[in-house]
Write a protein that binds this ligand. Structure first.
Ligand code: MLT
Length: 297
């Protein structure tokens, strides 16, 4: 059975796929040539699984999204062709929650900015004074696996945690669930954990930013499309938003204007990129390959 892994895959995880005995083709030069007889396609966020891509893969049985978000997979097109779509929703929960926490602490204490400043030969002890997170209010938009785990970790640091989830849910003892406007108006730090959907895209815009506290911090490890780039740029420039820490962008790789601002901290979509998360993802996809092979694929 042939499995095409179209995007970057960590070496350890790749070994787990190879151990199944399937023929694993990693990052082929020509997707078209390799997909012609492939049974399974594995993607992260870079490859877009469109109807057009599926049309060059006549034997495909499964599309595996190595991660959570399925926004780069045309699920309707897969359904039409009878192709199963799988993802690995719980494998990277801790990695992303920890990373959001790292961004919260880093942005509150100016860690990335201090690093840059020193590398430029400066010693800006006064300018870089930050604020502690203990006693501050974290607003979490999207209280699923990642949002709830972040809430638990933030509570352990002594933060107050407000949460809003569309549709409403009330299952975490670590979260005080509120309406969205209350979350915007009461949070010192806002962290986004919703998927990209027509309802969430552009959810952070000029109007919603105006409801935030002056000097709020925004963290985005979810999807770039949730935040309107121009609105965020304006708010960070004016200081309405004190700092933004972004791991995801409207288009990736990102080279846009938010990079110009000193109070916008950027990382290249690495929240789920830990050895542990990638290994868990590898294990789940390897299990799927083995079960397909045992069915004679
Ligand atoms: C995900 O949806 O799992 C994350 O964005 C991680 C990734 O795609 O690398």
């Amino acid at each position: 059975m042939k499995v095409v892994v179209a995007d970057n895959f960590e070496a350890g995880a790749l070994k787990l796929l190879e151990a199944t005995g399937a023929q694993i083709v990693h990052k082929p030069e020509s997707l078209e040539a390799e997909l012609a007889d492939a049974k399974m396609l594995v993607v992260r966020s870079a490859t877009r699984v469109t109807e057009e891509l599926l049309s060059i893969a006549p034997n495909l049985k499964v599309v595996a999204r190595a991660g959570v978000g399925l926004d780069n997979v045309d699920q309707d097109a897969c359904k039409k062709r009878g192709i199963e779509v799988m993802n690995t929703p719980s494998a990277s929960t801790n990695a992303v929650a920890e990373f959001a926490l790292a961004l919260i602490l880093g942005a509150s204490r100016n860690v990335p900015r201090a690093h840059h400043s020193m590398k430029q030969g400066k010693w800006e002890k006064k300018v870089l004074a930050g604020s502690e997170v203990e006693g501050r209010t974290l607003g979490i938009i999207g209280c699923g696996r990642i949002g709830s785990l972040l809430a638990e970790k933030a509570r352990a640091l002594g933060m107050e945690v407000l949460g809003y989830n569309p549709p409403p849910r009330h299952d975490s003892p670590h979260i005080k669930y509120v309406e969205l406007d209350e979350l915007f108006g009461s949070s010192d730090i806002i962290s986004l954990h919703v998927p990209s959907t027509p309802e969430t895209n552009g959810m952070i815009n000029k109007g919603t930013i105006s409801k935030m506290k002056d000097g709020a911090i925004l963290i985005n490890t979810a999807r770039g499309s949730i935040v309107e780039e121009d609105a965020l740029y304006g708010a960070c420039k004016s200081g309405k938003i004190r700092a933004a820490a972004l791991d995801v962008f409207p288009s990736e790789p990102y080279s846009g204007k938010l990079l110009e601002l000193e109070n916008v901290f950027c990382t290249p979509h690495i929240a789920a990129s830990t050895a542990q998360a990638q290994e868990r993802i590898g294990e789940l996809i390897a299990q799927k390959i083995s079960s397909l092979m045992s069915c004679g694929e």
